[in-house]
Design a protein around this ligand. Structure first.
Ligand SMILES: [Zn+2]
Length: 215
């Protein structure tokens, strides 16, 4: 119960910060949210977009799942959680940016690369990670003899690009991009270095966008 008490105490701090007598932050948020940006991040406990970007409640519309994946557009009778969130963010909230936030040491990508997805009675992870199979195939073809650690890092970044490609299969997203009202971004959090990289289309590569103060 120690952890649960810690979370409730944490909520008290939040409550005091945002609902205390000297805070007006939630006054407009009580009526509606109006975020400009959607993050699609990994479920990994180390890569919370709100914490990493020093954001506040109301700033980020968010989906987090195993390996921060976006499936391709598919209109069928299956249950599409990511697609529903995308539709709400783009069509109703009219967000201006979608950021796919990947990261180093991603367990989902490691499972995909190692072929160790799933557990007894499971199968959800391997089926979900099949979205990123083209990224795995690409990296194994391009870097066949490289160290597995390097292959995983390349696959983590390739999976971000694949999710960006998949975003382009949604008609309501391409419409907004064409109208100049929406832009897409691929980011990569390098946990070991404590640095943020962003995909630069002109360079065709992820580049560091932050530098440590002591460099
Ligand atoms: Zn991950």
């Amino acid at each position: 119960m120690k952890d649960i008490e810690r979370f409730i105490n944490g909520f008290r701090v939040f409550q005091n910060d945002y609902f205390g007598s000297d805070s007006t932050h939630f006054e407009s948020l009580k009526k509606r949210q109006n975020p400009s940006t959607m993050f699609i991040g990994c479920s990994d406990s180390r890569v919370d977009p709100a914490i990493l970007t020093n954001s506040s409640p109301g700033d980020l519309f968010m989906v987090r799942n195993v390996a921060n994946l976006v499936p391709p557009y598919q209109m069928d009778d299956k249950l599409h959680g990511v697609s529903a969130a995308l539709e709400f963010a783009v069509c109703h909230l009219e967000i201006e940016h979608i950021i796919i936030l990947g990261h180093s040491s991603c367990g989902g990508i490691k499972a995909l690369m190692d072929g160790t997805c799933g557990c007894k009675g499971g199968g959800f992870i391997s089926h979900w990670m099949s979205i990123a199979q083209p990224a795995k195939d690409k990296i194994l073809a391009e870097l066949p003899d490289k160290d597995p650690t390097l292959q995983r890092r390349a696959a983590e970044q390739a999976a971000i690009l694949l999710s960006l490609e998949n975003l382009h299969t949604f008609p309501f997203i391409t419409d907004r991009i064409r109208q100049g009202k929406l832009s897409l971004h691929g980011w990569y959090f390098d946990i070991e270095q404590g640095e943020l990289m962003a995909y630069q289309p002109h360079a065709g590569a992820f580049e560091y966008v932050t530098e440590k103060a002591d460099r």
